[in-house]
Design a protein around this ligand. Structure first.
Ligand code: 3EB
Length: 328
């Protein structure tokens, strides 16, 4: 009998547990296994811990919960240059917050953020990026190819260079309303690859036609994490094919978004629907729409934890976008 090591595979990593909790950030940061803690809006507390990230998006609910990522086992953390990071059990959190005024506009800032993040991840054992979040100011400012989101897309592609030649991670890109033009990018990576998932109802974003910009958006619709025990779902809106559907119709856009989310679950062989363990975020363009979005989600996704945030979607005709997690 031939004994080889070719069949020996490392144990696949259990997905980080993502939850929203109304707790004291310092207490959570003291818990073993805390990989990252997110606060939202201008009221968010400050901490120098590299696992703490105050996100520039306001929440429509009070009191505002924290978002917490937990892994099995001890976590180490640090800062390198403008980056903050933490790692544990084969998982890596890394984040960068850059002021556009110091980097020369949305394109150059995105290029710098992505170059720094990719350089850092390349130096790590956890080099398989699963999921990225991008928050930038005034995302729909500017016309045509000069729209800030399109400039961001060009800078992102430039900064990534060939790092994602095998395929893009899942992502979200949302506009914030903070007073400073900050770009925040944060990611989750693993020491094992995940599996990219596309939505058969939608043209893959990196194949969008020219009308959406010179550089198509660099993201997959979802990522099945290495152990296939969780699906990381990208920002999902009322896009069918490559076109925006139901212009100016909030409820129809919400309906279409849920159809897209279900199509993704099915495409990933995940059980249909969302449950109490599947935290989602809804990004709402107009604050006056927030109560209606909340009511719709309470009816259609009863019991599902949904954080409703004030965020602009990268196409100005889209009023709402949803992202999040589905655990198997
Ligand atoms: C869309 O489906 C909506 O640029 O990273 C969703 C998720 C969208 C991620 C990104 C953009 C991004 O095209 C927009």
């Amino acid at each position: 009998m031939v004994q080889g090591c070719e069949n020996v595979r490392p144990a696949l990593r259990r997905a980080p547990q993502v939850s929203y909790r109304w707790v004291d950030p310092d207490a959570v940061l003291n818990d073993a296994g805390t990989l990252a803690v997110f606060g939202f809006g201008t009221g968010a507390e400050r901490s120098t811990d590299p696992r703490w990230l105050p996100v520039d998006l306001e929440v429509f609910d009070a009191p505002t919960p924290l978002e917490i990522w937990q892994v099995d086992g001890p976590v180490t953390h640090g800062r390198v240059g403008e980056l903050q990071w933490s790692s544990g059990d084969g998982w890596l959190f890394a984040a960068i917050t850059l002021d556009e005024n110091l980097h020369g506009g949305p394109l150059a800032t995105a290029a710098s953020a992505y170059a720094q993040l990719c350089d850092f991840v390349a130096s790590r054992r956890e080099r398989h990026v699963q999921r990225i979040w991008n928050y930038l100011a005034d995302i729909n400012e500017g016309a045509g190819d000069t729209e800030r989101y399109k400039q961001f897309c060009e800078g992102r592609a430039e900064g990534m260079a060939s790092f994602f030649a095998d395929g893009f991670p899942a992502a979200t890109a949302i506009g914030h309303h903070a007073s400073a033009p900050r770009l925040q990018v944060y990611l989750l990576a693993c020491d094992e690859p995940g599996e990219r998932v596309e939505n058969p109802r939608q043209v893959s974003a990196w194949r969008y036609p020219r009308q959406y910009g010179r550089t198509p958006p660099s993201f997959a619709r979802a990522m099945a994490l290495p152990a296939q025990d969780a699906l990381a779902i990208s920002g999902t809106a009322a896009v069918v094919g490559h076109a925006s559907a139901h212009e100016d119709d909030l409820l129809a856009q919400l309906d279409e978004t849920l159809v897209n989310l279900e199509a993704l679950l099915s495409s990933a062989n995940m059980p249909a629907g969302f449950d109490t363990q599947s935290p989602l975020k809804a990004y709402v363009r107009h604050p006056t729409d927030a109560p209606l979005v909340r009511e719709f989600l309470q009816q259609r996704l009863a019991g599902v934890p949904v954080l409703v945030l004030h965020g602009d979607i990268c196409r100005s005709e889209l009023l709402v976008e949803i992202d999040g997690w589905r655990y198997a």
